[in-house]
Design a protein around this ligand. Structure first.
Ligand SMILES: Cc1ncc(COP(=O)(O)O)c(C=O)c1O
Length: 652
């Protein structure tokens, strides 16, 4: 509803009296937009003179075409309807419907089409126009004064339409038939429906993001308190969308963890790059169901490119298939599903037909410091509990132990390696382990949830030497690549195995003749959001050099943190800092636990307590692109304060 109360239709101005009378004579009432804008009678009179001058100079046909195009580009319901009606005096109704739907194929001449395109650009992107744009009109026979008129008519429409939009003036019923009305409004953004809630979300998002660099990292309220704030049954009736957004923001904000902060070092959770976040907003607005190339070609194409860029950056085989999942857990599931398919194929077992009942037993070998998500994925796949192979003091699988374990296996086998240990950051010895596993006919899957990204850097690539020889790889984009949650990446060397595991043929799935796989054939979900778009945006904004700098910057900050912490009294760094992870001990387990709790309770920085190699640790993970020297210093100070508050003498 307009913020302006429409005035009475009579006024003290002779000009307005005449204007109102002419509208009443023409359409039976005074339009709301006329009565609202005529609150400034002098300006309205000037507007009438201005628009009449342009109109006179161009002639009605051109004036109306340019006005319709500009009003469409601005998204002005008022002006599209009002000038749609006026245009009936110039065009036949049928042609007008066609012009409204798509003026490119409505029987207009080339110059008219070009004028309308020009008017659209004026209304959406005038700053980027150059004389090449007017040159196009000149080439179609328009004189310079005529070109100026097109620009003036479009710009004048912007003046009027935008003022009407800005004042949220209600739309009057316009006397045109339904088909023409629908054609005129087709494709116009419905500001009333989406603009307000999106504006609110935008404002809340920016307020949050602006506060992140300086705010406390830890949430102010815990989950129980949040449960209480959200208590209450399902509301009986509807609530305005914008109010819902406000309510959500105000309830949630005290319970938000500052994961995007440069001072957040918890678990292995990445921050969010600006381009990736903005792309993620488009994912929601575009609302593409990213399953099929036929249905959502743009997202499928972006998926292809993002996948190729990842393979190139990480030095993995260019012919591998890349699927986008919710995270590392499901990416592990995908790689292991391909492995299960492959080793059972090799054993002559038809998995699709018979399932696992009665199948040859698959032995899965894992290092004793594999991530728990491997166990989860194996459980989902019906492969049960894995056989554990001992690892060294950094959590790297011991190749001689792997050899011993493989030697004892008869039948299908899968070996899970790890690129990036959660506590030490260490990488399993890839080349040797992969060679060994392959010599036993085993499938090799690499869990590189965060550590696989080290392969992008010439400094770290050596630590992953031979990794390209594995059969499947899992990683996360929401960790090291810093796209918003959620996004994992599954890579499988032999795409046909994924098709066998996840492909489906039903009557309603329309697949092209081409050899390119559909996105749904590479992951367990069918319908899903286009989470590859933020990945594309992150890589596009970083470029190769930016991606390498990101990876190397995280690792450098981890080293700086370790050095800073080591300079504090009684601090031990338990791991060799191989990548982004640092594990600290402060003497006894009891003191380490207390210091960790104190750091978390203070909340200025966030690090999580954990247990590693039979000792309590305070674990640091540097996973945020924005972490800088000041954040590193803040982290060291936070630990220093906690250490001072928990003197060693109180240790148990
Ligand atoms: C080595 C490793 N693998 C797998 C995962 C699981 O990834 P997600 O939480 O994205 O499912 C993690 C998470 O931290 C991890 O560090």
């Amino acid at each position: 509803m307009s913020i302006i109360k429409p005035p009475a239709t009579r006024s003290d101005s002779a000009f307005l009296d005449a204007l109102f009378a002419s509208e009443v004579a023409d359409q039976g009432f005074v339009s709301r937009h006329t009565s609202v804008l005529s609150l400034n009678a002098e300006v309205y009179e000037a507007w009438e003179e201005l628009s009449a001058a342009v109109h006179r100079s161009m002639g009605t046909r051109r004036y109306e075409l340019v006005t319709l195009a500009a009003a469409g580009a601005i998204g002005s319901t008022h002006c599209r309807l009002a000038h749609g009606r006026k245009s009936l005096a110039v065009f036949g109704r049928e042609q007008l419907v066609r012009i409204a739907r798509d003026y490119h194929s409505a029987g207009l001449d080339e110059a008219e089409v070009a004028m309308m395109e020009f008017a659209e650009r004026v209304s959406t992107d005038s700053a980027s126009m150059t004389d090449l744009d007017s040159e196009g009109l000149r080439a179609l026979g328009l004189s310079d004064p005529e070109i100026v008129d097109v620009a003036l008519a479009a710009a004048a429409r912007n003046f009027y339409s935008r003022a009407v939009q800005a004042l949220a003036v209600e739309v009057d019923p316009v006397d045109i038939d339904e088909e023409l009305r629908a054609a005129l409004l087709q494709g116009l953004p419905d500001h009333r429906l989406y603009r307000e809630p999106l504006d609110r979300a935008h404002r809340h998002a920016l307020r949050w993001l602006d506060s992140v660099p300086t705010r406390r990292v830890a949430p102010e309220l815990d989950a129980d308190a949040l449960d209480e704030r959200l208590a209450g049954g399902l509301p009986e009736g509807p609530t305005d969308a914008a109010a819902v957004v406000d309510e959500l923001a105000s309830i949630c904000e005290p319970g938000l963890m500052g994961i995007g902060s440069g001072r957040f070092f918890g678990w292995v959770m990445g921050g969010v790059l600006p381009a990736a976040l903005a792309a993620d907003w488009l994912v929601g607005a575009w609302d593409q169901n990213a399953a099929m190339r036929f249905a959502t070609p743009a997202t499928a194409a972006v998926e292809g490119v993002a996948g190729r860029w990842i393979l190139e950056l990480l030095g993995l085989p260019a012919s591998a298939a890349v699927g986008f999942t919710t995270g590392g857990t499901v990416a592990n599931f995908v790689g292991l599903a391909a492995g299960r398919q492959s080793v059972l194929d090799d054993a002559g077992w038809d998995l699709a037909l018979h399932g696992l009942s009665g199948s040859p037993r698959i032995t899965v070998l894992v290092g004793d410091e594999r991530h728990g998500s491997i166990d989860l994925a194996l459980r989902y796949l019906g492969l049960g509990t894995p056989t554990v192979v001992p690892s060294d003091d950094q959590g790297r699988i011991l190749v001689e132990e792997l050899a011993r374990a493989l030697a004892g296996i008869d039948g299908p086998a899968i070996v899970c390696l790890q690129a990036g240990n959660l506590h030490s950051g260490a990488f399993d010895p890839m080349r040797e382990a992969i060679h060994l596993a392959h010599s036993h006919g085993a499938w090799v899957h690499v869990d590189g949830a965060f550590g696989l990204w080290a392969a992008a850097s010439p400094l770290y690539r050596g630590a992953l030497d031979g990794i390209e020889g594995a059969d499947s790889w899992a990683t996360d984009a929401h960790k090291t690549l810093n796209v918003p949650y959620d996004c994992g990446v599954a890579v499988v060397a032999r795409p046909e195995l994924l098709q066998a595991a996840f492909g489906l043929h039903t009557s309603y799935i329309i697949q092209g003749e081409h050899a390119v796989m559909d996105p749904f054939e590479k992951v367990p979900e069918m319908s899903r959001r286009a989470r590859e778009l933020p990945v594309w945006a992150a890589l596009r904004s970083l470029g190769r050099s930016g991606a390498v700098a990101l990876v190397e910057g995280l690792a450098a900050n981890a080293r700086a943190l370790a050095a800073g912490m080591l300079a504090l009294p009684d601090v031990e760094v338990l791991n060799t800092v191989a990548f982004t992870q640092v594990c600290l001990s402060f003497g006894s387990d009891e003191r380490t636990r207390r210091v960790a709790e104190r750091v978390m309770a203070e909340g200025a920085v966030w690090m999580s307590g954990s247990r590693w190699q039979d000792r309590e640790v305070l674990r640091i993970s540097v996973s945020n692109w924005s972490t800088d020297e000041a954040d590193v210093a803040a982290a060291v100070s936070a630990v220093e304060r906690a250490l001072a508050a928990e003197p060693a003498t109180t240790a148990g």
